[in-house]
Design a protein around this ligand. Structure first.
Ligand code: MN
Ligand code: MN
Length: 481
């Protein structure tokens, strides 16, 4: 381990550290899906004086230094801009992070009943160890969109009076064969179905018992009766969904429902030095970037905070980093400030600098064999930089330029921000990707940075409050560069 930064803090800094982490935990609780993160971030941005770019465009008014705008893409991706004193075509300082996290999604035709138990069929999202998601309280978040376009928000399992859901595991007494399986096969994808009910619908039961008591019941009712009885638990689930969300079974096809661990972010450790929570990859970078973005109101360069979706599945789709949303938004901004110019859009992108922020693997002494200690990130050692990511010969990596790194070192040192350089795990063991290489395609300077995490991609991940604090400090410093 290098220098644990806790001992360096003044009481004043500890106070600020605490305030930031309390706010961070509240954000984690309010933002458990990408949609929820966008909604929360927009409301915080509005409070800080940001205006919707659609409104700015409609007003026909140009933008000037100090103006603050945001643009939302399909409710799942967000870009915030604080216009700097220099023209945008001279480049921006961009903070990027992703707001999607590994989870389990509900399929489009999910509801079924099996032996009196009602389930939702699922397909997991992102890289998970499937066996970590069983036998623990789960919540259901998302939206149901009806044919008339109305959107019903769903959040079940977070309030202490709410019910929760569970994915069952085999009891250990009968698990002799299961325990012999490889970890990747212990729980298979199709066994991750969510248990959501066991109580049959009364009316179905009444009908059945009524039919039984009546002597005139026709003989062929037997089969129908069995089927109805078999589906009575599902029928009851449908009744409850109808009551609460006015939805029919077909409405699942136009729903986005995500299964996440139920409950709030918690302090971790007797010394309360860490945060234990779902979704810290990559919301620890997203929220700290957002905090810094909302704090810095005046800068030479235009500041940008970009929060994207779909990183965990390859940054694909209209709301992932590969989409043209960001480029299009920058084109609108150029038009609103310097006048429409394709060349200036290209210049703005090529002359920008970016911190592509994503979590880094923290050195875990329990799994020391997976790390190379001298190139590892440690908890409570400050903001982590990865010069390169990728795997097996840096394949797929954005390799940040030495000149850019030197400029960052200078800026961070001048502001007393703690930082460390690291690589994700041992060479040839694996690796991970981020959005850095996509932004680098514009020819801008990009480096991977972020917060070190223990237990990455587990239902509950661990971060250091000191690193959360240093991230905010580092991002503020970067925006002022
Ligand atoms: Mn990530
Ligand atoms: Mn990830």
């Amino acid at each position: 381990m290098k220098d644990n930064i806790w001992s360096a803090y003044s009481s004043e800094q500890l106070k600020e550290l605490d305030l930031i982490n309390e706010k961070y935990k509240r954000c984690l609780d309010a933002g458990k899906t990408e949609r929820e993160c966008v909604e929360l971030s927009v409301s915080m941005a509005k409070e800080a004086g940001y205006r919707d770019m659609e409104d700015v465009l409609a007003s026909g008014q140009p933008l000037k230094a100090g103006d603050k705008v945001y643009a939302v893409n399909m409710k799942k991706m967000l870009a915030l801009f604080c216009i700097g004193e220099e023209p945008i075509s001279s480049g921006m300082n961009i903070l990027g992070a992703h707001i999607d996290s590994p989870r389990i999604d509900v399929k489009q035709n999910p509801l079924y009943e099996n032996e009196g138990l009602a389930y939702l069929d699922t397909h997991y999202y992102g890289g998970i160890k499937k066996y970590q998601w069983v036998a623990q309280p789960l919540a259901l978040h998302g939206v149901i969109v009806k044919k008339d376009g109305s959107v019903k928000k769903v959040s079940i399992g977070e309030d202490e009076h709410d019910p929760v859901f569970v994915i069952t595991d085999l009891l250990v007494h009968l698990a002799q064969e299961q325990m012999e399986k490889k970890a990747s096969k212990v729980i298979e994808g199709e066994k991750l179905d969510l248990l959501i009910g066991n109580c049959p619908l009364d009316s179905v039961l009444d009908e059945i018992s009524g039919a039984k008591n009546s002597n005139s019941a026709p003989k062929e009712a037997g089969e129908a009766e069995k089927k109805e009885k078999k589906e009575a638990v599902k029928a009851n689930v449908l009744r409850l969904l109808k009551e609460k969300y006015d939805m029919a079974e077909e409405d699942f096809t136009s729903a986005e429902l995500e299964i996440v661990p139920a409950g709030k972010a918690r302090d971790c450790g007797l010394d309360r030095s860490m945060v234990l929570s779902y979704g810290q990859d990559d919301r620890v970078c997203a929220f700290t970037s957002l905090f810094a973005m909302l704090d810095v109101t005046k800068a030479r360069k235009t500041g940008c905070c970009l929060l994207v979706d779909k990183e965990e599945i390859g940054s694909v789709g209209a709301t992932g980093m590969h989409s043209r949303f960001f480029e299009n938004t920058v084109a609108e901004l150029i038009a609103l400030t310097e006048g429409e110019s394709d060349l200036k859009v290209r210049r703005a992108l090529a002359r920008s600098r970016m911190l592509s922020s994503d979590v880094s693997a923290a050195y875990d002494p329990m799994y020391a064999e997976a790390f190379e200690k001298r190139s590892s990130a440690f908890l409570a050692n400050g903001l982590t930089f990865n010069k390169f990511t990728g795997s097996r010969g840096k394949s797929g990596s954005n390799d940040a330029n030495a000149e850019y790194i030197a400029a960052l070192r200078k800026a961070l040192d001048d502001e007393n921000v703690a930082y460390q350089f690291a690589e994700l795990g041992r060479v040839d063991l694996g690796g991970g990707g981020t959005i850095a290489y996509i932004m680098a395609n514009y020819g801008m300077e990009v480096i991977d940075s972020g917060v070190a995490v223990l237990n990455m991609h587990a239902p509950y991940e661990v971060t250091s409050k000191a690193d959360v604090y240093e991230a905010v400090k580092g991002y503020r410093t970067f925006l002022k560069m």
